[in-house]
Write a protein that binds this ligand. Sequence first.
Ligand code: C5P
Length: 226
Amino acid sequence: MKKINIAVDGFSSCGKSTIAKGLAKELGYTYIDSGAMYRAVALFAYRNGWMTDTTIDEAALQKHISEIVISFETAPTGQQETYLNGENVEREIRSLEIGNGASRVSTLGFVRKELVRQQQAMGKKKGVVMDGRDIGTVVFPDAELKIFLTASPEVRARRRFEELQAKGTPVSYEETLANVIERDERDTTRSESPLRKAPDAIELDNSNVTITEQLQWAMDMFNKIT
Ligand code: C5P
């Protein structure tokens, strides 16, 4: 059967990766977490001292942006892990600090340009499910299936908080909610590729929908168009 590309966009922590990974597994497609790529850029900037919690040395980051090579490998657990210039950075990039840094570097046009170039190359042969904020609008505007997920900020903060707690990250629910709201604001108001639903995307509010129901819904959408 002819392969297609699938775009899954939406707000922070609304379960994009769960539905995207589920679809990829079901269809035998490649899952790509575009947010992990922005997180890897933030980590790279922090480590080199070009970024602090309040500042970014844009000139230095721009000068070195083409040195960043991001790749994904599947661990023996079946979990996909992110590599920055050959180093496994999966654990490090999942902190709230790096998430916030990712949201900040993602406002920079030269960062988006480089990552979009790498993402489009990954989707060239089709058979990709990519999740993010601009996949249906900028990265794969011609994706055959576009899904736009939403859920209330409180539901998303609760999910993220439980995830972080399970990983042993010391954080409060209030802090997590503030982080979700801050990232929503930045993602929707930035001038470079703000988070938008593509006109041809199908929207799902999953505040009160189980993972199984969501995946079934997405598979129904896929079967309708293929
Ligand atoms: O999806 P995740 O929360 O890991 O993404 C981290 C940050 O990267 C987001 O808050 C968002 O600002 C940015 N991002 C983006 N475009 C994408 C994916 C993520 O701007 N395609």
